[in-house]
Design a protein around this ligand. Structure first.
Ligand code: FES
Length: 158
């Protein structure tokens, strides 16, 4: 079992040597979240595979040790998980991973990463629906255009 000091060292290591840090050029979704109370920000980049698994995830940001270490740790934990599995994660599980004893007094710092991650997933889902809607609108427009074309074609034949 890890001691309080082990968790502090763990967080410091991730803060000083962030994993999966930087922008992701071919992200399926990215979003910037912030903590209005302090102004700290976090941008999460997620890339999903065809099986809806997290193929890659990175982050950029500026903020306190806990918020940035939490983002680094979370990116390591969710790689390879499905979107549903990531979406099912809750603040309690994350606090456990980070060391509850150490982060309990700073829940907003600890969960900024997870909140931003879930916002990125919501954005991805929303964009997916909008793409389908736009696809339907386009194909309807095409059908109507063809119908119109055939009507005018018939008209022209008269
Ligand atoms: Fe701003 Fe921690 S003090 S997220």
């Amino acid at each position: 079992m890890l001691s309080r000091q082990d968790y502090i060292d763990f967080l410091l290591d991730h803060y000083e040597n962030p994993r999966n840090h930087g922008a992701l050029g071919d992200a399926s979704a990215s979003i910037t979240g912030g903590n209005p109370g302090c102004g700290d920000v976090l941008t999460i980049y997620l890339k999903f595979g065809p099986d809806e698994k997290v193929e890659d995830v990175t982050f950029e940001g500026e903020g306190c040790t806990i918020s940035q270490a939490s983002a680094s740790i979370l990116t390591e934990v969710i790689k390879g998980k499905t979107i549903a599995e990531v979406d099912d994660m809750d603040a309690d599980q994350l606090m456990e991973l980070l060391g509850r004893e150490v982060v309990v007094s700073r829940p907003k710092c600890a969960t900024l990463s997870l909140d931003t991650m879930k916002a990125a997933i919501r954005k991805y889902r929303h964009d997916e629906v909008m793409e389908q809607v736009n696809g339907l609108v386009d194909s309807n427009a095409m059908d109507n255009g063809l119908a119109e074309g055939s009507i005018s074609g018939r008209r022209n034949q008269r």
